[in-house]
Design a binder for this molecule. Structure first.
Ligand code: GLN
Length: 448
């Protein structure tokens, strides 16, 4: 059966932290019974879905890839999980991830690394590496991940599947354990654009429990897929991408993608994003850790999860946080606390907020010329395990092209454009205007 297939493959891939085989079986029986009773069927009736382990499911443990929450059972489901279940989906497992979604390789999981199904000596990307690997390996046609600085799009590119980060505010964050609240968004992985559209429709239902979740009506996303021509549509590409320090096969994929758009009738324009490419990373690595240091303060050994016995409160905090968090999470908390310190706030945090505004303006200018932008998803093809483990800055570079999109709150999709000589997927990224998911789907369906 499908669940046995997963069980066998998990010995290698380690894409799941918590498989939910029993739960999935009993849920399928329940759905069968509903079917027999002639109940109305949802749009995802019986579809298996994998959910990243920082998204809560009622009664199931939600570890965030951390020792800190190893035994924490969530007493409630995330909004997106409620939506999936209403639509008839069957959640078959909680996906492996970098601890608290910090990382680009899933090697920072406290439950061991997940591997890339295309080549087991390589990483699947991160932090949603388990979700991407699950879809690439055929555990489920769709999975959910979260993207704060590229964590859906970078692993999607590394695993050769579709990965969409929606506009900030399109999908409710209720039940997503926060990393950096002004950047976090939940989004889907899938092997077809039709599935991307179908799951986006389901999870983007408005939700009053997340104050940043937009109330406006969502379009019918499937409608954007019925196009054959890009006549009257403007596609922008990054000026000078040929001379960027990125893999040659990625450059080639970009120029092929531009060509396809042109042949389909799109007008091709050049755009400049110098601030985003140059200052996006330092801006993100100031703002995201600042927000994380505050969000992660709740894991103190008292309220949630892991706790180490101690003689007094301070020692309890120190010991619990000292042994509950892994190295990357500690690094982020230290950076965040540093940039928020009263004597450094103006020079770092405030400055980064100003740069963020400039990045937003730069994208606005680009989108006055184009409907969709084509950029690399990542600077390199999937890298080897261990390759960037000891050099954090090298690892941070993996999100050079994805991070500015989060800072500007825009939607973006990464998709496979070709295969490399060595048999690895080569991805590209399509960026849209705010709430321009439809435009992205339209362009992608022509490129596909
Ligand atoms: N790799 C980036 C980081 O480590 C992005 C993570 C994410 O999007 N959750 O912060």
């Amino acid at each position: 059966t499908a669940l046995e297939y997963i069980e066998v493959n998990e010995r290698n891939l380690n894409a799941l932290i918590t498989p939910l085989y029993e739960e999935a079986r009993s849920r399928s029986w329940m759905l069968d019974a509903a079917l027999a009773r002639g109940e109305e069927l949802g749009s995802l009736f019986g579809v298996p879905v994998v959910v990243k382990d920082n998204i809560t499911v009622d009664g199931v443990r939600t570890t965030c890839g951390s020792r800190m929450l190893e035994n924490w059972i969530s007493p409630y489901s995330a909004h997106v999980v409620e939506c999936l279940e209403r639509a008839g989906a069957v959640i078959i497992g909680k996906a492996n991830m970098d601890e608290f979604a910090m990382g680009s390789s899933t090697e920072f999981s406290a439950f061991g690394p997940a591997l890339n199904p295309w080549d087991l000596s390589r990483v699947p990307g991160g932090s949603s590496g388990g979700s991407a690997a699950s879809v690439a390996a055929g555990y489920a046609p769709i999975a959910l991940g979260s993207d704060t600085g590229g964590s859906i799009r970078q692993p999607a590119a590394f695993c050769g599947v579709y990965g969409l980060k929606p506009t900030y505010g399109l999908v409710s964050r209720f039940g997503l354990i926060a990393f950096a609240s002004s950047l976090d968004q939940i989004g889907p992985f899938a092997r077809s654009l039709k599935d991307v559209a179908a799951i986006l429709q389901v999870i983007s239902e408005p939700d009053a429990r997340d104050a940043t979740c937009a109330r406006k009506e969502r379009p019918n996303y499937a409608e954007f897929l019925n196009v054959t021509s890009l006549e009257g549509f403007k596609v922008g590409y990054l000026a000078g991408y040929e001379s960027l320090e990125i893999d040659d096969e990625i450059k080639r994929a970009i120029s092929q993608t531009i060509e396809i758009c042109q042949e389909s009738g799109a007008e091709i324009v050049e755009v400049d994003l110098p601030i985003s490419t140059r200052y996006g990373l330092p801006c993100y690595y100031t703002i995201a850790p600042a927000e994380a240091s505050s969000n992660l303060a709740r894991f103190d050994g008292v309220q949630y999860g892991f706790s180490v016995a101690a003689d007094d409160l301070k020692e309890l905090y120190l010991k619990s946080r000292g042994s509950g968090f892994g190295p990357e999470v500690k690094r982020r908390i230290l950076i965040g606390t540093f940039v928020l310190g009263s004597s450094r706030y103006d020079a770092y945090y405030l400055q980064a907020q100003k740069v963020r505004q400039l990045i937003i303006r730069e994208f606005n200018a680009a989108f006055s010329k184009a409907d969709v932008l084509i950029t690399p998803a990542t600077p390199t093809l999937p890298f080897k395990r261990g390759e960037k483990l000891t050099d954090p800055v090298k690892a941070y570079m993996a999100d050079l092209f994805t991070i500015p999109v989060n800072l500007a709150g825009l939607p973006a999709l990464s998709m496979r454009a070709s295969m490399s000589q060595s048999g690895l997927p080569v991805g590209v990224q399509l960026i849209g205007k705010k709430f321009g998911e439809g435009d992205i789907l339209k362009a992608a369906s022509v490129i596909e």
